[in-house]
Design a protein around this ligand. Structure first.
Ligand code: SF4
Length: 181
């Protein structure tokens, strides 16, 4: 086991005064596992030289440093403990399996609805599950749609756009097939 425990301090969350933020001091150095966590978390920002990994999940920002985990927008300290315990298990599992994981030393591409929608066919299709390309891109990024639901993109007419979109999704860490069922 790499990470044995933590203790944390809590304060008011600057991003949401009704919530708290915490900084957990770790008993062990997790710096070596950060590139492997980066592989597993989609859409992280990672600075390998500074050893800082930042993840957005459920509206919260979670920042990992070798001896610290900071989390924003928490309901209370019980929620903080619940998330920290899950992260501790995840860090230890990732560490134990690191020989089977390719470390990722840079950030994932961060997709925006605007940038992704510009690469979609722009067909204004009746029955589009996102209502239009922008809405489709937005819902896809949120994990509520998958790319195969844009039918025109998979016709021969849009081969170039398809290759571009699939490339962008891959760079952003989307697993196109796994996310389609
Ligand atoms: S189905 Fe595809 S091309 Fe048509 S509006 Fe939706 S996202 Fe755009």
């Amino acid at each position: 086991m790499l990470l044995k425990g933590y203790k944390f301090t809590a304060g008011m969350c600057l991003a949401d005064p009704d919530k708290i933020r915490i900084a957990a001091e770790l008993t062990d150095d997790i710096g070596d596992v950060l590139p492997y966590l980066n592989t597993g978390f989609r859409g992280c920002i990672y600075n390998h030289n500074e050893q800082v990994l930042t993840l957005k999940k459920d509206g919260r920002q979670i920042t990992f440093r070798p001896k610290e985990i900071a989390i924003t927008k928490l309901e209370n300290e019980n929620k903080a403990r619940e998330i920290l315990d899950r992260l501790k298990d995840l860090i230890n599992m990732t560490y134990d399996n690191r020989e089977n994981i390719k470390p990722k030393l840079d950030s994932w591409l961060i997709l925006t609805s605007l940038s992704l929608s510009g690469s979609l066919p722009g067909e204004k299709c009746e029955g589009c599950p996102g209502k239009d390309c922008y809405g489709f891109a937005q819902r896809l990024i949120e994990g509520k749609l998958y790319i195969m639901q844009c039918k025109p993109l998979f016709t021969s007419e849009f081969k170039e756009k398809r290759e571009k979109v699939l490339g962008l999704l891959e760079e952003a860490g989307f697993n196109v097939l796994a996310e389609s069922f």
